[in-house]
Write a protein that binds this ligand. Structure first.
Ligand SMILES: O=C(O)CCC(=O)C(=O)O
Ligand SMILES: [Fe+2]
Length: 209
């Protein structure tokens, strides 16, 4: 698997790339930021949170994009394109670019394929959303299998809170049940993530009480 990763936090690409690619990336990242903000607003409403909390925690602060390329593999049953993991963000929008199936999600201990739908995004709930919601929303464990004959292309766009935001259960959602996750600053959260093995939701377990 090969991938290209870019942080587009101010919704424009800071890399030196060809001007037409830059323009496309700027437009794409800005559109996806709007979509992610709208979805986060709806999810926050569903948690009956007041609008102040939504502005502070549920607005996209950092955005990054990963372009994934999975070449075909004659021994596809012996390898994985992407090991099982959950994303360390609020929500991820995934585009299965060339409509080749490969993404699988885990539910009740079993893997299920996610069928590509032309023009549709897959919305993955990430670990930060699980923590903020004190476990009311669960991040989704997923992996990618490869195809024997066809290459596969996907674009995953990750959305996280501002860099200064504290990552921990929201006070409004702790009452009654108590905090199920620790609170750490965003930087320490990312350090913990990058020092963990990509192994299902094991990283999130390190944040649990
Ligand atoms: O290729 C895909 O469909 C998903 C990729 C993914 O999970 C990721 O980049 O985090
Ligand atoms: Fe992922």
């Amino acid at each position: 698997m090969q991938s290209f990763f870019a942080v587009t936090c101010s919704y424009c690409c800071t890399l030196t790339v060809a001007s037409n690619l830059r323009a496309a990336l700027d437009n794409y990242s800005a559109e996806l930021k709007n979509l992610a903000d709208r979805l986060l607003e709806i999810m926050a409403k569903n948690l009956e949170l007041n609008p102040d909390v939504v502005t502070d925690k549920f607005k996209v602060g950092i955005q990054s994009i990963r372009f994934n390329y999975y070449p075909p593999c004659p021994q596809a049953d012996k390898v994985l394109g992407f090991s099982q993991h959950s994303d360390a963000d609020l929500i991820t929008l995934v585009l299965q670019v060339n409509q080749v199936q490969g993404l699988q999600i885990k539910r009740s201990g079993e893997w299920f394929p996610v069928m590509p739908l032309p023009g549709a995004f897959i919305v993955n709930v990430g670990d930060i959303f699980e923590i903020l919601s004190n476990g009311r929303y669960k991040s989704i464990e997923h992996r990618v299998v490869v195809n024997t004959e066809r290459e596969r292309l996907s674009i995953a766009t990750f959305h996280s809170p501002q860099s200064h935001a504290m990552i921990g259960p929201l006070q409004e959602l702790v009452r009654g049940s108590g905090a199920r996750y620790k609170t750490v600053n965003h930087e320490d959260f990312m350090k913990l993530f990058f020092s963990s093995k990509l192994d299902g939701k094991s990283f999130l377990d390190r944040m649990r009480y």
